[in-house]
Design a protein around this ligand. Sequence first.
Ligand code: ADP
Ligand code: MG
Length: 292
Amino acid sequence: ATPMSIMTATGRGAQAGVLIKNAEALERFAKVDTLIVDKTGTLTVGKPKLVAVLPAAGHDEAEVLRLAASLERGSEHPLADAIVAGAEERGVKLSNAKDFEALTGKGVTGVVEGRAVALGNARLLAELGLDGGQLSETANARRDQGETLMFVVVEGAIAGLVSVADPVKETTPAALEALHALGFRIIMATGDNERTARAVAARLGIDEIRADVLPADKARIIQDLQAAGSKVAMAGDGVNDAPALAQADVGIAMGTGADVAIESAGFTLVKGNLDGIVRARRLSRATMRNIK
Ligand code: ADP
Ligand code: MG
């Protein structure tokens, strides 16, 4: 494309809330056929809220929430913020945790009130040699509603579940419809559980998902699609998404997201919603038409 047409597109993009970092991203985007979309913070608001605390037999709600929230104070994960905020709203007094450790893509562990506490997903449970037992059914019913369930393990036994929900952004359904109409193959990628992912995807008319994805897997999923001949754009907001944004033919960061995501991307959507991708596609196609 000519420098002039790129300048025009960049200016129009900026007006419409799409920051275009370089000409290459703009040119490559005209050829993109597959769009990978992170769930949390990209499709959803990204501010999950605590919606339920479900104690196992022999435990009570207040204890489960206190131990969980005390431990999560050490984590910066949005799920941790939801649990801590939920405990504070409910007037729970938190304790100090010791030996805090974050296990990427799984959860957190530490010692609270002298007891070993672990909090996280099914992968974490499996690692501890536990299975959800009866609580798994409760968990699944809630996952089918799009909630994210975490198990609370105290001294090696399951003490309960905490459930968190993150609403879909108001702008997401219409943006996805427009992107589908433009002919993109759309794939949702998430570290969340398959059932939760499926429930959210179904509501949005997304038919392909990659769930239980570890941060490092997102980049690999893109590599595999590229190896199969696809031109891939990735939209994400998190620190975790940065390698995938860099791997994609075009990385698209949410302006509301982490700085490292924005640095790794070719486009930034200032308003933090997917509408900007529709604009970017039009600008990109128009620019490429001008060169011919
Ligand atoms: P994503 O940003 O897509 O949710 P992550 O890798 O950050 O991906 O998290 C994947 C999963 O790991 C979460 O859905 C949750 O089950 C678990 N997890 C990660 N961090 C925490 C945490 N601080 N507390 C509880 N669970 C966690
Ligand atoms: Mg995210």
